[in-house]
Design a binder for this molecule. Structure first.
Ligand SMILES: [Ca+2]
Ligand SMILES: [Ca+2]
Length: 108
């Protein structure tokens, strides 16, 4: 499913622009693209787009390219940003982000 079926393209663009030259802040980004107001069901759909290999988790290598899941224009995260994102979301410490951890990050 294309991300634009779930989110507005102009809000994605605005959020990507906001972090083009600034350190990526995942919570703020998810809020800016309109995910905070999203149902848990739709958050799960977004998660499934970002889980490129369908493993049921967003692993570090998928996390690095997470913005590409929102738009072709999205930049890669730096290693530091990827690590910070993982650290903030990975509550159980298994080194990857599960759906519950993802939803908590979006909605908390
Ligand atoms: Ca995966
Ligand atoms: Ca985890």
């Amino acid at each position: 499913m294309p991300m634009t079926d779930l989110l507005k393209a102009e809000e994605i663009k605005k959020a990507l622009d906001a972090f083009a030259a600034e350190t990526f802040d995942p919570k703020k980004f998810f809020e800016m693209v309109g995910m905070k107001a999203m149902s848990a069901e739709n958050v799960k759909k977004v998660f499934q787009v970002l889980d490129v290999d369908g493993s049921g988790f967003i692993e570090e290598e998928e996390l690095k390219f997470v913005l590409k899941g929102f738009s072709q224009e999205g930049r890669d995260l730096t290693d530091a940003e990827t690590k910070a994102f993982l650290h903030a979301a990975d509550k159980d410490g298994d080194g990857k982000i599960g759906i519950d951890e993802f939803e908590a990050m979006v909605h908390e």
